[in-house]
Ligand binder design. Structure first.
Ligand code: HEC
Length: 394
């Protein structure tokens, strides 16, 4: 029996990551919805800020939000934190499994910077910690009074980071690193501010004191920031499947554009919750998305034609390139020690197979330099251009 344990572990952790991520985002979206739908009760009740009625799954629900806290703590009080913690833990584990243990294959792009695996991993970890310190510093600075100001500055800093990362990591890894940095900030908001503040509120109440109102305000601010960071992070987490976004020299700008689209969509829903639906925002989001699409397509086209200009190659040459750089992994019985089966089910041994996968080969090895994985065989830009020229002539 041959079990590819690493791949099964990858599947299990990824599954966990998606499950906990859905639980976290689901509950966080629900509470934003709840907060935005609070209405003043018809007969004003002391200490109640607002209430909301809803019906779901055949039952009626009646939630009330307290101005600060109820006079007495209920016996059973639910907290929401493990969803966030496990999303981060499983996400970090995946990062280690794929990008750190496989640094040479996935994280490093020697054509950009010849980092050793340890250097690359240290840079990535420094980014995760540094991102949180910068963001937290912003919130605690004078800028912290304006969510809009923090939002703009944080967005610009992340865009600059995306640009910097695009120069040192592989294109895919640069995107994922930004997603991991933002995800870390979101989880740290829960771990370092939201939950501790809630604990202080509860402790004050148990001591018979009035909890300080700033504790709630601070937690609410972090929670609001998380709300706007959610959709960009979700895009980044699926971005690996879409080389047309990252595989060009302006991938960092495409990332900024699509993140902004996500932020606008989130803003639309937040306004809609409070009865201020502005369909103009949907149009803005759609327009932005189209603009980014056109921009990315043009950037990719220029990038490619810059590569393949004046280059021509016949099939014999193309097959020789594939034979040299791809077949060690993409064969019925791969010679590469890390693979027992053709990765992704892609075999490139015969002329028919190469023709069958021509478009995919173009996407992975010409438009993007994802393949050969980690460029272990040192495929040159010229070889990519020749392969591209042959495929383009098909
Ligand atoms: C070191 C092993 C290795 C080498 C060498 C390699 N690949 Fe891959 N290839 C993989 C792995 C692993 C995957 C699946 C996971 C991924 O995308 O990282 C893959 C996936 C693919 C896919 C499918 C992508 C998709 O989205 O469905 C194509 C196409 C591909 N490779 C083409 C190539 C070409 C062309 C070359 C040579 C220029 C090449 N590969 C060299 C390991 C390799």
């Amino acid at each position: 029996m041959d079990i590819d344990l690493l791949n099964w572990l990858n599947l299990a952790v990824r599954w966990l990551h998606v499950i906990t991520g859905i639980a976290w985002i689901g509950s966080s979206f629900y509470f934003v919805w709840l907060d935005n739908h609070l209405r003043t009760p018809p007969r004003s009740k002391e200490g109640i800020k607002g209430e909301v009625w809803s019906v779901h799954g055949g039952g009626f629900y009646h939630n009330q939000k307290y101005l600060v806290a109820p006079d007495e703590l209920p016996e059973e009080l639910h907290w929401f934190k493990w969803e966030a913690y496990f999303t981060w833990i499983s996400g970090f584990f995946l990062m280690v499994l794929i990008y750190y243990l496989g640094a040479e294959l996935y994280l490093i792009d020697r054509a950009k910077l010849a980092l050793t695996p340890w250097q690359a991993v240290a840079l990535s970890l420094a980014g995760l910690i540094g991102g949180w310190l910068v963001y937290d510093g912003l919130c605690r600075s004078r800028l912290g009074k304006s969510d809009l100001a923090i939002g703009v500055v944080w967005f610009l800093l992340l865009t600059a980071a995306a640009y910097g990362l695009s120069l040192i990591f592989s294109d895919r890894a640069a995107y994922v690193q930004i997603g991991a940095m933002v995800g870390t900030v979101m989880a740290a908001n829960v771990f370092r501010v939201i939950i501790p503040n809630q604990k202080k509120t509860v402790a004050a109440m148990l001591a018979g004191q009035e909890p300080a109102a700033y504790l709630g305000a601070e937690a609410k601010q972090r929670s609001l920031h998380n709300n706007y960071m959610t959709l960009p992070v979700l895009f980044i987490m699926v971005s690996n499947h879409y080389p047309m976004t990252f595989a060009n020299p302006y991938g960092w700008l495409v990332l900024a554009g699509l993140s902004l689209t996500g932020i606008v969509i989130r803003h639309y829903f937040n306004l809609r919750h409070v009865g201020r639906a502005s369909y103009g925002l949907v149009l803005v989001a759609a327009g932005l998305f189209l603009l980014v699409m056109l921009f990315a397509a043009e950037a990719t086209k220029r990038h490619q034609s810059g590569l393949t200009e004046g280059v021509s190659a016949g099939f014999t040459q193309a097959q020789a390139i594939v034979g040299h750089h791809c077949v060690s992994c993409h064969a019925a019985n791969p010679a590469h020690p890390d693979f027992d089966a053709p990765p992704g089910g892609v075999m490139l041994e015969t002329a028919e197979q190469i023709t069958q996968f021509a478009e995919k080969i173009y996407e992975q090895a010409v438009v993007a330099d994802i393949m050969p994985l980690g460029n272990e065989t040192g495929m040159t830009a010229e070889e990519r251009a020749q392969l591209g020229a042959w495929i383009a002539a098909q």
